[in-house]
Design a protein around this ligand. Sequence first.
Ligand code: NIG
Ligand code: FE
Length: 421
Amino acid sequence: MANKIKADRVWYNTNLATMDPEIAAPYGALRYYAIAIHQDRICWIGPSLDFESNVDTNDAQDMQGFWITPGFIDCHTHLIFGGNRCGEFEQRAQGASYEEIAQAGGGILSTVAATRALSVEELAESAMIRLQALCNEGVTSVEIKSGYGLTIADELKMLKAAHQLSQTINVNIRTTLLAAHAVPPEYSGHGDDYVELICSELIPQVAERKLAQAIDVFCESIAFDLAQTERLFKTAQQHGLAIKAHCEQLSHLGGAALAARYGALSVDHGEFLRANDIKTLKKHGTVLCLLPIAHYFLRQCRTPPIDRLRSAGIPMAVASDLNPGSSPLASITLAMNMAVINFGLTPEEALLGVTRHAAKALDWHQNKGQLRCGFDADLLIWDIDQPSQLSYELGSLNLVQRVIAATHREHADLQGAVTDV
Ligand code: NIG
Ligand code: FE
């Protein structure tokens, strides 16, 4: 055929979980299909039998029925930090609550002290172990927040460490400024002054140097109130940064609706969301990001109102929330499994949560999160029978190949966890 599409690689005899909403089958599944990539993009998808007459390539692999999914996107992590919170883990095992520990000056602030003591290089080095664990399970894109520095220099240091990680490991990174994670000890009792510092100095610097795409605020009784949160959102908007927020995790403060009104990409946690909040999320197209590992780790009783979110058609992302206090478990498939078992998502919703909906939570939905022509060639090849297996099985999933758009090479340093077929 004269006008064949040129491709670097083709995989045929494969089953595609496209997650494309325009394909009616569950998971947007296409069976015995072929998928071709060229220069970092998916360039052709069609029935296996048609690929040779449509695609010109020197590299075609028979996948013998393996499944391909979009690369997983972990859209909420705090994976850069110093130290650990084992002591707090012991205290909690003896009955202390997360809030009590925070109010006594522990919790986030103890990680702040440990993080301030480390250099960019030391932070990146310790975070690499956690990031590698996520990548080994199929994460190809990850959001990383600051929030354990809480001074201008230390917040910038965390963001630099995040950027440094992206140069040493093959993963797409989006960074978020979470300077409003806790009131630092220097500003104890003067939260408004700290918010002023973030607004007048940190946000402008971060925006100008493009060190983060978004800001995040921990809007909670133990952190920042609604007025402070709104001031931060306004400033972020003025500087062209996107908005995300930790809301309604431990109580109902109204942060989710406020964030949605400011056009937030996502509001995250949501255990205490109310019906009116859901209407506001719907109106503004905001994603609700579920963090089931934190919910489990803090032994929360209340779950986010999944049935209401589902019937309202709110896109639900699922993320690890990887952090030393409420989610020290570096596993996106564990988050998917818990989203199904503890929150009541379907396995298809769990997979959407780490693909299409996670992409939306990071404003990446135009080119990531689906297998679709023109989208980035971030894909995972699995030796599995069904896509539901991805949230069903933990620890024994067979990820046979991980392809990342930036280089369209397999990950080179996965320590043997993923091998070529
Ligand atoms: O998403 N809620 C605030 N931030 C984190 C916890 C951070 C910590 O405890 O260190 C979370 O759960
Ligand atoms: Fe978080």
